[in-house]
Design a protein. Sequence first.
Length: 359
Amino acid sequence: MRTVFWDYDRDVMKMIDQRLLPFELVVPEYETYQAVAEGIRDMVVRGAPAIGAAAGFGMALAARQSAAADRLGLLRDLEAAGQYLEAARPTAVNLAWGVRRLLRVAAGEELETADEVRDALLVEAQRLADEDVALNRRMGYNGAELISDGDTILHHCNTGALATVDWGTALGVVFAAHEQGKRIHVLVDETRPRLQGARLTAWELQQRGISFDLIADNAAGHFMRAGEVNIVLVGSDRTAANGDVANKIGTYQLGVLAKENGVPFYPVVPTSTIDLDLPTGDLIPIEERDMDEVLIVGAQPIAPTGITARNPAFDVTPHRYVTGIVTEAGIVYPPFVKNLRAAVAAAKAIDWDDEIGVE
Ligand code: MRU
């Protein structure tokens, strides 16, 4: 099952509610873009590419919700819906990328009526989702070249099928290496405070029968120093033009520890996550979430009442800690300023019709 999809029988969007995993698999229906935005904010759906796909289908819903009879009125409603969706979470650039991709299609001169725009948006949202799956597989096999038989991989957060439409980014590399028959082991950071590693990555690895151990986030340095880690693989919510990588909080310390211990550190990043408009990672907006996510685990308070906490959801790993960046267009090495731009261009040149099987 895909993480985010359109149910053509019921003519609604559906998303797996990731807040309930691994204990319950619930797939609610979404009929409005406002509800989709709320689902993104509350992390029903999370992971940069999955958020991008949700934004795409959210825009298709917005087009259906709009009562506009003419094309220009519909475009105005779509602009407003796009701004509402983009405000849901600030760090993952795929959200804005998904919205803008749909807005570009909506503005197409060849679409004459509002209904033609409505139809075209659902087609484009579906295409965006299908491309995500195809490019993740490609990226996974590109990255699997880095993995040798017997390797132990350290992984942070959840970057698997759940973080994308299907397959995954960094975890997609793990899946590809496993499919190639390599005997691998994964050390899974639990990823406080939302526990995406413990709840979601552990669930996905267990389902695929891949060997792993769950570790407390603060055990990662110990395992690297002990020589038990061959490679660190992480995802990214936004990668700046110079190769600075924003990802789940805790990634920066992994990058520093990896360099200190001579362990290669590779973010696995679809080119949709590369923001060439931002020269450095210092300009990436970092989402700060509710302090209760730190103070309460499940329903259980874990600290004295009345205290405050800080809860940045992401951090930026400067490119000097990044060995290379795996993309659907290949593995990119320094100098990132030049080579990331080339990778974005190369990804655009891929024949996605062929990859997703469109006639
Ligand atoms: O807060 P989340 O769970 O949306 O954060 C997800 C991550 O940090 C992932 O590593 C990232 O989105 C890239 S992988 C698909």
